[in-house]
Design a protein around this ligand. Structure first.
Ligand SMILES: [Zn+2]
Length: 253
């Protein structure tokens, strides 16, 4: 049976879309997407003027850029972090200014683990997850209940990260003090722990750990960020200026 006889003698306005029209639309959309992708790729390695150094905007913020050291789940300095600097969009930095202003009277500060993350670093994570070799101490600390090969398929590591759009940030709370090393508050699971204990509302937290996580979440949400409920430390600016663009510029000082 052909399409025409299936639908009978209908008025032209009532006729369904022909398959070839749909196919043409798909082809057109495909070319449009490809063209925009190629155009945006050319721009991705350039740092836009509205990216700022977070420590220049908030001089008393505490930076603990884990990927610029070997103290992270790969056990190595991550590609792209050889010259560490904490870049972020101005919109996200301005929102963090307000969070920090609320924390100071409590004797607390934000402690940032990561903000803008170049695409080459994300690629490095994927490549790391696909290599079979692993270190027992790193596995015990970051993914004790999972096999390394499952981190990628289970979504703990992926080919795209909101961090490369410049308005996502990984952070915790710490003491605000000039003369002692800032002490991070107890959140019940370390940054980048791949497991259920990282979920914001993990039920086995102590009362103090729960209230620490809630304080961070409440202040971040109040000032324009949305939380990610499977990672207590990860927040994305609600109105991010580059929702579709993944950057790969150098973390220049
Ligand atoms: Zn994150």
């Amino acid at each position: 049976m052909c399409i025409e006889t299936m639908f009978g003698n209908t008025h032209p306005s009532q006729r369904p879309f022909r398959p070839w029209i749909l196919l043409s639309l798909w082809v057109l959309m495909g070319w449009t997407l490809l063209a925009s992708r190629l155009l945006s790729t050319a721009a991705e390695t350039e740092r836009p003027a509205d990216f700022v150094r977070l420590d220049h905007v908030i001089p008393d913020i505490v930076l603990d850029l884990k990927y610029a050291t070997a103290d992270n789940f790969t056990g190595q300095v991550v590609a792209g972090y050889e010259t560490p600097a904490c870049w972020i969009t101005r919109a996200a930095a301005n929102a963090l200014v307000k969070v920090q202003e609320e924390l100071r009277p409590m004797g607390l500060s934000l402690m940032v683990f990561d903000a803008f993350r170049p695409q080459k670093a994300v690629d490095f994570f994927v490549a790391w997850s696909l290599k079979p070799d692993e270190t027992a101490t790193i596995k015990a600390r970051y993914y004790p209940k999972l096999a390394k090969k499952d981190l990628f398929p289970q979504g703990f590591i992926s080919e795209k990260s909101g961090h490369t759009r410049g308005s996502a940030v990984d952070l915790t709370l710490c003491s605000l003090s000039n003369d002692t090393p800032p002490q991070p508050l107890d959140m019940g699971a370390p940054f980048d722990f791949f497991g259920e204990a990282s979920a914001t509302f993990f039920p086995e937290l102590s009362g103090q750990q729960r209230s620490n996580r809630l304080l961070l979440k409440t202040l971040m949400e109040k000032n324009g960020f949305k939380p990610y409920t499977v990672e207590w430390w990860h927040f994305t600016l609600r109105d991010e200026p580059y929702p579709e663009t993944y950057f790969d510029f150098l973390l220049a000082p």
